[in-house]
Write a protein that binds this ligand. Structure first.
Ligand SMILES: C[S@@+](CC[C@H](N)C(=O)[O-])C[C@H]1O[C@@H](n2cnc3c(N)ncnc32)[C@H](O)[C@@H]1O
Length: 271
């Protein structure tokens, strides 16, 4: 009889029950023996600890540089201790360094869960690098697939690696980043892609607004060479607070400070 999946809700996380159940289920099918579960993006351990507890025979590894907040590592360790998790190892560094560690230790991966940095480069580089460690019929789950740049990285990877197929894609309408949903109950569920290696299953066609995704990437060069480029998040945040509060201080003082620090650089000198 199939063992019931138990989700431990008191473990902090930025992932959903839906994704965690998928991880647990696919780990049962693809991991065991030498084939590890490897995850990029530990945060406080919701997905990794829940998976390890539901798959005690599987060796699990989770990777995080804890760049958002060092407290996340402390909370992760507390939950590991509380549940006496024995089959989960933490690699505390950037995913590119972690890859070298896994390679050196000849780690084989049955399921790779990608939930770390979600910029285009990271998404693509993770898939291209980690594929060398995947076992013959391995699976990849990609979180935060709602975003166009995440979809584009998946698409580029699939186009360049014909032995991998997208077998499932699910997108969510409700996400905490969506301001319009403030009043509705939101979840951490933000879409997933499931990719399989050497599978006989029929692939699904990736749903993407490719023109929009490509335009953004072409424009990103002009954003990066603009004198406001390396402060673009500050600039956008100030605009956001200006429109939200109508308070001109966000436009007058803060943007001026950023401008004054950069005023020797013009758009043209950045060519
Ligand atoms: C969305 S959270 C992961 C959520 C987690 N799976 C859960 O169950 O709650 C993303 C994590 O990726 C980590 N991260 C960001 N950039 C990273 C990098 N370059 N290398 C490794 N981890 C990174 C962050 O520190 C953060 O904890």
């Amino acid at each position: 009889m199939k063992k019931k999946i138990l989700i431990y809700k008191d473990i902090d996380g930025l992932s959903s029950d839906y994704v965690t159940k998928k991880i647990i289920d696919i780990t049962k099918k693809k991991c065991g023996g030498k084939d590890h579960y490897v995850e990029i993006g530990t945060f406080r351990g919701f997905t990794s600890i829940n998976n390890s507890l539901n798959n005690k025979n599987v060796k699990c590894i989770t990777i995080d540089n804890f760049k958002f907040d060092k407290k996340n590592q402390i909370k992760f360790k507390k939950s590991v201790k509380k549940y006496s998790v024995k089959n989960l190892k933490l690699i505390n560094c950037d995913y590119e360094k972690a890859f070298e560690i896994l390679k050196k230790n000849k780690i084989k991966i049955g399921l790779l869960f990608v939930d770390g940095p979600h910029d285009y480069r990271a998404q693509y580089v993770i898939l291209e690098k980690f594929k060398a460690l995947l076992s013959k019929n391995a699976c990849i789950i990609i979180d935060d697939a709602n975003y166009n740049h995440v979809k584009l990285a998946t698409l580029d990877f699939l186009n360049n690696n014909r032995d991998f197929k997208l077998i499932s894609q699910k997108y969510s309408k409700i996400h905490p980043a969506d301001e319009r949903l403030n009043k509705k109950k939101s979840t951490n569920w933000n879409g997933i892609h499931i990719i399989e290696k050497n599978t006989n299953k029929n692939p699904v066609k990736l749903k993407i607004n490719k023109n929009l995704a490509l335009k953004f990437h072409v424009d990103s060069h002009d954003i990066q060479r603009h004198y406001f480029g390396n402060r673009v998040l500050d600039v956008l945040d100030n605009l956001f607070y200006f429109f939200k509060s109508g308070n001109k201080k966000y436009l007058n003082q803060k943007l001026k400070t950023i401008f004054n620090k950069n005023k020797k650089r013009t758009f043209k000198t950045n060519f």
